[in-house]
Design a protein around this ligand. Structure first.
Ligand code: SAH
Length: 258
């Protein structure tokens, strides 16, 4: 039970679900989900995770994912408020970590503008899951001293990579939402001074049993992505650390501890 005596107006928990595998959820996320009375979830959240919510919980997919049906951010916000004003514990379940390209701040501000109490629980971001699954570090002593998460897509569809933010060869770059802009990204990185032989790793469906890894060099990044014709969510990693990615046996990474 959510001890919500102090929250007669309901409560919202903004929860990071991780990138797909239930094993990536935190215990806090699990408890929040198990006490949810209404669940608003992103399209990237897996069926296994949704099954953890109580059967009586209202479950609504509000997620954006390519061409799948989705509702606008303002409708999601309004729906969240409508549900919570009934005194419910609303769980807003997001893929990965809510603080990484998760629009969580927009939702928090909206809730606050409506006087609604809320709490945020972190999740495993896709980059961390990819790094664990394919056994590469995101930072590595002497080779990768910094890590930058970037998006290749902005609100209005543009990309705006500032050279000073991407040129340092000691910085690992992880691009989210970027596979459609890969040619442009590769060109921008090259113009910013990243060498053609900079290691790259491309991971589709990180953290899931059907995950796929492609590795190569910056010069071939666009071709690799194009040739793979990915259908699932994709991350692009650029920098020395990605050279360590191992083409592992997926039956190992999906071993269960129970
Ligand atoms: N909050 C999420 C990111 C949301 S933005 C997180 O922390 O992971 C959505 C983008 O995340 C996708 O376009 C893709 O680039 C990346 N992504 C999400 N899940 C992924 C997965 N399982 N494998 C690879 N990339 C993923």
């Amino acid at each position: 039970m959510l001890r919500n005596v102090f929250f007669p107006k309901g409560f919202v928990t903004l929860v990071g679900a991780g990138p797909g595998d239930v094993d990536h959820m935190t215990l806090g996320a699990l408890k929040a989900l198990q006490t949810a009375q209404a669940l608003l979830y992103d399209a990237l959240v897996s069926e296994d995770i949704l099954a953890l919510a109580p059967a009586r919980c209202v479950k609504i997919c509000v997620g954006k994912r390519g061409d799948r049906l989705s509702i606008s951010q303002s409708n999601t916000n309004a729906l969240m408020v409508k549900l919570v004003e009934r005194g419910l514990h609303v769980v807003r379940l997001k893929g990965g970590d809510p603080s990484v390209f998760g629009r969580v701040e927009e939702e928090r501000q909206y809730l606050e503008a409506h006087g609604i109490r809320h709490k945020t629980l972190p999740g495993v971001t896709a980059a961390s899951a990819a790094a664990a699954q394919f056994q590469f570090p995101l930072t590595h002593r002497g080779e990768a001293r910094a890590l930058t998460f970037l998006t290749g897509r902005t609100k209005d569809g543009d990309i705006d990579l500032r050279a000073e933010g991407v040129s340092d060869p000691m910085t690992s770059l992880v691009f989210y939402m970027s596979s459609h802009n890969v040619a442009h990204i590769a060109e921008t990185l090259t113009n910013a001074g990243r060498t053609a032989d900079t290691p790259v790793a491309i991971v589709e469906n990180a953290g899931r049993p059907q995950a796929q890894l492609r590795t190569g060099r910056l010069a071939e990044l666009a071709l690799l992505v194009k040739a793979a014709a990915f259908a699932g969510p994709v991350l692009l990693g650029v920098g020395a650390a990605f050279a360590y990615a191992r083409d592992i046996d997926l039956t190992v990474s999906t071993v269960r501890y129970a």
